[in-house]
Design a protein around this ligand. Structure first.
Ligand SMILES: C[S@@+](CC[C@H](N)C(=O)[O-])C[C@H]1O[C@@H](n2cnc3c(N)ncnc32)[C@H](O)[C@@H]1O
Length: 283
């Protein structure tokens, strides 16, 4: 397990993922009833973009580093919770400290909501426990994501979200994610599942989407943001999110948000956005 998110924090993929997550938590918090979130691949919660790792790659420059200028009002409304999470960590109005998924979700949670943060890397799990010591909403779990999905679903609140955000280092990661989603859905078919995937090559994306579509779950919204052309040597040229059981109005919001992000984060005008149904809602 080599992946360290600190090298990638704040990049274009994080902007997409965290903006959508913050919005989804907003939907869950809009109702009076408590909800819970299982963050199956949590990372460490906050990142210092002036730290050694982020400085080495400078990936944040192509992500949060390009987000300073405001977008049109309709886009800013959708970005509101994400903007607030970044601002809460940076009193000076900048973005040196960048919120990871646990931080993004905690910012939108109320006293009675619950966050289970799962990490396989013992050092990261320890950092999470230290970073959030004293926050009674949060429980740190040190295990493999599939085991966490099996152990914690269904969420007892019966309302909530599961984030699957693996590093895609293993050759069989696509199969692992499909299995994890199948196991999660079997236990918690009404939950919102968010699955992040990288756009590296067209073949990878086709294979990944095919494996998820083959589960025949229905109701999966796909939101993909590309910042350059995908080919073998170009590394991470974009990323996507699959949202199983999305809130009714999310599609329209993402149709507004993603083109704006593609225009802003695209390299030399090569940004592209796609929002479509991988499998449409049933009925
Ligand atoms: C992409 S990072 C997570 C970033 C985080 N979700 C965020 O948005 O801030 C993936 C994380 O998964 C962890 N990880 C890798 N394999 C795992 C596994 N099998 N089960 C749980 N966590 C795993 C890595 O240590 C890493 O911290």
């Amino acid at each position: 397990m080599n992946y360290r998110h600190a090298y990638h924090a704040g990049n274009h993929a994080d902007v997409l993922k965290h903006a959508v997550l913050a919005r989804l938590v907003g939907y869950l918090a809009a109702k009076d009833k408590p909800f819970a979130v299982l963050d199956a691949h949590a990372g460490i919660g906050t990142y210092d973009l002036m730290g050694q790792e982020a400085t080495k790659t400078q990936e944040w420059r192509g992500g949060i580093g390009l987000m300073t200028e405001p977008f049109a009002a309709d886009v800013e409304r959708i970005l509101g919770a994400y903007r607030a999470a970044v601002a809460a960590l940076n009193a000076d109005g900048g973005w040196r400290f960048y919120p990871g998924s646990p931080e993004i979700m905690l910012r939108g949670m109320r006293a009675g909501d619950r966050l289970i943060v799962n990490e396989l890397h013992p050092h990261d799990a320890e950092t999470l426990a230290l970073n959030y010591a004293g926050d009674r909403r949060l429980k740190v779990n040190l295990s493999d994501a599939l085991q966490a999905v099996k152990a914690h679903l269904p969420l007892v609140e019966r309302r909530g979200l599961v984030l699957m955000d693996p590093p895609y280092e293993a050759v069989n990661e696509t199969q692992q994610v499909a299995l994890m989603l199948a196991e999660g859905y079997k236990r918690f078919a009404t939950g919102i599942f968010v699955i992040w995937y990288p756009v590296t090559t067209e073949a990878f994306v086709r294979n990944f989407l095919g494996a998820i579509a083959d589960l025949r779950l229905g109701n999966i919204l796909q939101a993909e943001l590309r910042v350059k052309t995908a080919h073998e040597a170009s590394g991470l040229s974009g990323s996507g999110l699959l949202v199983v059981n999305p809130p009714f109005t999310l599609e329209a919001e993402l149709q507004t948000l993603l083109p704006a992000l593609a225009q802003r984060l695209g390299v030399q005008g090569l940004g592209r956005a796609e929002v479509s149904w991988l499998t449409p809602p049933k009925g």
